[in-house]
Write a protein that binds this ligand. Structure first.
Ligand code: HEM
Length: 448
């Protein structure tokens, strides 16, 4: 990839590799969350299905906007690797140590950064551990957690469902799935947030994260429990302790913010979309339809880093060089006119969106993530049946990020909360089955 050359008209660097067209910045004060869909269409018109972008000053990449191209990017590992150690900018020392992109793409011995056999080995362990989650128990855990969170603000008659509900629930549920108690779970949450925050405290936060997870692994090796960590440790793939630790980090980071966004955006649809409001009561549309609509229109991760070209190749009309970074444009691919019906509305019941990625790295947690989100949303609907927005719809803003598609706030009011007669139990049964470990098996979400 060549060095970016400034374009005086756009104040943007030149396109990676070719220097033919100006690359578009996916960051900066002009890009609020509402501007992103328009930007994707502008890029599609100007460049076609693969567009040159910059992710931070000096960090150029390709954004893959086409649905067909994204399927190729995710399925053809021999051309597009997951291993960031192939990235030319990184190998040439051109990524500043404090670059916000580094915590997302820095290599770890975990499935997200591996290809081929090495990936399949870790993936088998992660998929099997996730497939043993007991759906009934998970639903009970989520409902109890949701009811407890709602009870903290029910008397006030108002709440902001992003900080008071959506941002709290997945992290509590996921840390519990991993086998942590509530307090240690909170400490882990802070440590991981600090680690991926790329600031002065990152090194300390990373050390704390290592200590907490190291202790968890030691405890679970000694006394296995009904949790994902014990399932990983006991898997025939024989992951090392270091691999277990980093795969736990990936699960937490990949699962937390995405589920926060999915919950909050689905609640927004139910509060603001008149078709959903009336149809849900009339029974024509279901909460699952609203969940799918979000995955089509507002995928919780709008862009996902990354793949690295393994050779020079022509792709989507662009000349890609070995070592170039390619970003998965999940939101843009979902909006590709080639796959949407003429009126632009996604078909209800159609799940060919790319919100979970595709190919061998497609999200292995689609079933538990849906169960967590559906149960969380259902619990809010049942406990706050007269809930309505307390601001107008156009005041709802998206978080400013090229990666995450999440609401900044969702203020609501309600008059008659329907709380359970007895307060929800704090400790419901563990949500993971612990039968004898099966051999590595094919798992849900791996078929696309
Ligand atoms: C309990 C919640 C979740 C967990 C534990 C989880 C876990 C994971 C893991 C371990 C991976 C890496 C897979 C691999 O490299 O083989 C992954 C990938 C991914 N997940 Fe999830 N996830 C969760 C929820 C979600 C949600 C709600 C979304 C969005 C709707 C999502 C979207 C993705 C995407 C886009 C990828 C990347 C696919 C790729 O690189 O091709 N995940 N997830």
């Amino acid at each position: 990839m060549t060095s970016p050359r400034p374009d005086p008209r756009h104040d943007r660097p030149a396109a990676p590799g070719t220097g033919r067209c100006p690359a578009t910045a996916l960051y900066g004060p002009h890009l609020d969350g509402d501007a992103m869909p328009g930007l994707y269409e502008e890029l599609r018109l100007r460049h076609g299905p693969v567009a040159p972008v910059t992710l931070a000053p000096g960090i150029d990449a390709w954004l893959v906007l086409g649905h067909r191209e994204l399927l190729r990017l995710t399925r053809e590992e021999q051309d597009f690797s997951h291993d960031p150690r192939r990235w030319t900018l990184l190998r040439e020392g051109r990524v500043p140590a404090d670059s916000p992109i580094l915590p997302m793409v820095g290599w770890r011995p975990a499935l997200l950064f591996a290809d081929g056999q090495q990936h399949r080995r870790m993936r088998a362990a992660v998929s099997d551990a996730l497939s043993r989650i007991n759906g009934h128990e998970l639903r009970r855990t989520v409902r109890a957690t949701a009811e407890r969170l709602i009870s903290t603000f029910a008397e006030r008659g108002e709440a902001d469902l992003v900080p008071h509900f959506a941002r709290k629930l997945p992290m509590e549920v996921i840390t519990r799935l991993l086998g942590l108690d509530e307090r240690t779970g909170q400490r882990l949450v802070h440590a991981i947030a600090g680690t991926v925050g790329a600031n002065a405290d990152s090194a300390n936060a990373s050390r704390r994260m290592g200590e907490i997870l190291g202790q968890l692994i030691e405890d679970k090796r000694r006394t296995p429990g009904n949790d994902v960590t014990s399932a990983l440790l006991g898997h025939p793939a024989r992951l090392t302790d270091e691999e277990v630790l980093h795969n736990l980090v990936v699960m937490f980071v990949a699962g937390n913010q995405t589920t926060v966004n999915w919950i909050a955006t689905t609640l927004r649809i139910l509060l603001t979309d008149p078709a959903f409001r009336s149809s849900l009561t009339g029974g024509h549309l279901t909460v699952d339809d609203a969940l799918d609509l979000v995955l089509w229109r507002f995928p919780p991760t709008q862009n996902f880093p990354a793949r690295y070209a393994t050779r020079d190749l022509s792709f989507g009309g662009q000349d890609i060089r070995a070592g170039d970074m390619l970003v998965l444009g999940l939101a843009a691919a979902n909006a590709d006119p080639a796959v949407l019906p003429g009126d632009g509305r996604p078909v209800i019941g159609n799940r060919s969106h790319l919100a979970f990625g595709a190919g061998p790295h497609a999200c292995p947690a689609q079933d538990p993530a849906r169960l967590i989100t559906r149960t969380a949303v259902d619990t809010v609907r049942h406990r706050l049946p007269d809930m309505e927005l307390s601001v107008s719809e156009h005041e709802l803003a998206w978080v400013k990020s090229p990666w995450s598609k999440g609401l900044a706030a969702l203020p609501v009011r309600f008059a008659e909360p329907q709380l359970p007669a007895t307060p929800p139990a704090s400790g419901s049964p563990p949500p993971v089955h612990h039968p004898p470990m099966p051999q590595p098996a094919q798992h849900q979400g791996e078929t696309r």
